[in-house]
Design a protein around this ligand. Sequence first.
Ligand code: 1HN
Length: 345
Amino acid sequence: MDEARKAELANYSDKIGEGNLVPLWDRLRSLVTPEPKSPCQPHLWRYDAIRPVLLEAGTLLTAKEAERRVLILENPGMPGESKITTSLYAGIQLIMPGEIAPAHKHSQAAFRFIIEGNGAYTAVDGEKSYMSKGDLILTPSGRWHDHGNESDEPTFWLDGLDIPIVQFLDASFFEHHSDDEHPHVIEDGDSVAMYGSGMMPVDFEVQSPTSPVVKYPYERTRATLNKMKKAGNLDPCHGLKLMYVNPVDGKSAMPTMGAFMQLLPSGFETSSYRSTDATVYSVVEGRGKTKVGERVFEWGPNDTFVVPSWHHHQHFAGDECVLFSYSDRPVQQALGLWREDRGNR
Ligand code: 1HN
């Protein structure tokens, strides 16, 4: 295109811009890319670096003052946006012995994946779930929740929330409870026993797309992985991988976030894999490394790392490794957008 026509088109763009109009021919290629092109960057956060500074925050303000004492894991490719991927939020939360993080509810769904400590709890609509390492506790959209620590140790967990999804949809509501704690009316373990034991109350009425099971204890998850290991059948891309499901419909335990737990036997190397759901990993057991594109991240227990959408990656297990992960996969699947590439081109 000659300079005169370029100038003419630029003039035209400037002129119509005043009327809030933009020519699509300037934007099309960045709006509709041949492949996912994400601002999200691969990154690793070491627990050893987070733990001491989060404990320091424990001396600076109480859980009540902070409402939630959390350090956000912010993706370096999206500074200021409080996102770990384009669609998901992650943070590490600390509650000190004797503290209460006051009751509130919001449209954003959350889960807690327990990293360290024993004996703190999350209460969801009055059902207390005590925390142990590797447990997954759900806080579905719109339910009252408060946290407390009845133990004598600080307790740390990974918070996963669908904040960017709710923000994108402009559907955020938030409310404080009139008291610090919602009355604790249901015993720990009730929902696992009632809905998560292969049986269900006969007239159970589904009221939400989220699983009625509030806590998925690590004891059970690990026992299932052990059984799978005995049975063999390793997947070349995933090793042995479980998905947290809603027993009502067999779908993802949460509608906006898929959660997974996988075991990689000692020395196992996964085949190159990529999918459209950017994935956040939290290391539960073992040491290993993950190659994402040209970068290599070495990880150990309690580290968190993120693999962006459509990035080729491979895991290398040193000793036997257990990895928790979450992504927006159920959203993409519900919309018919999810794709994977198992490398067998
Ligand atoms: C929240 O309610 C919690 O309940 C944690 O522990 C992190 C981040 C943003 C908004 C609400 C919690 C949060 C949050």
